[in-house]
Design a protein around this ligand. Sequence first.
Ligand SMILES: Cc1ncc(COP(=O)(O)O)c(C=O)c1O
Length: 273
Amino acid sequence: MKIWLNGGLRELESARVSVLDHGLTVGDGVFETLKAVDGLPFALTRHLDRLARSARGLGLPEPDQDEVRRACAAVLEANPMALGRLRITYTGGLSPLGSDRGEAGQTLIVALGETPRRPDSTAVITVPWTRNERGAVTGLKTTSYAENVVALGRAHERGASEALFGNTVGRLCEGTGSNVFVVLDGEIHTPPVASGCLAGITRALAVEWTSAQETDLPLDVLDRADEIFLTSTLRDIQAVHRVDGRELPGAPGPVTAKAMRIFDERSGADLDP
Ligand SMILES: Cc1ncc(COP(=O)(O)O)c(C=O)c1O
């Protein structure tokens, strides 16, 4: 397995960053996860735009887009696989032992792992912890994901594959690594970005392609929604068949199934929408 680290391809086993890298010591970094099908990345331009936005949000210099594109192409070419998770990580780099950032320059890593295709439906739980819709890094895809690690661990303990958060004012927000949609009276709704969720790329495409509406929703909408689905880079659109103790028999329901079909068609027809 070859990965990209700071300017070139390296063997994964011998690639090294400093133990004082600010990404490691304080989570000062941003990242993207892309889907790669048969060696081709999906929605690369949107992911690079979001990476730049996240970097700006942390006060990091924007990564060199040409270098990141070259790195992605090189890693994909060096490691052929049917379905890959392509991960771009960009951190504050070698820094002092505190929250101040050093001046040694940033760390850029592009790595790839093989991944199975997700099932068409899954179980989710809600968690009692909140997303903060007013934080300094709200909406940025930072490497500070420990809250998501804890919540996802809770989901796995309960036989679910995702944990959903409300925000500080009790509104539905998002999952640890996905956005959430509900179907009410035949209409598709998803929380607005102001809820504190990440502006998911799959979410944006689903809104565009299915005319879903962005609606401020209470967390307990999950108790009564006719259908629920998740979106993310590696889930695409995935139906929910259980939320906490509530079963949604027959998931994917008709509205979700149609959205899944449209998403497959549109994403298959254009690799960089
Ligand atoms: C917190 C969070 N929300 C939502 C998403 C979904 O975003 P995307 O569709 O861009 O993968 C992700 C990404 O994986 C995420 O980490």
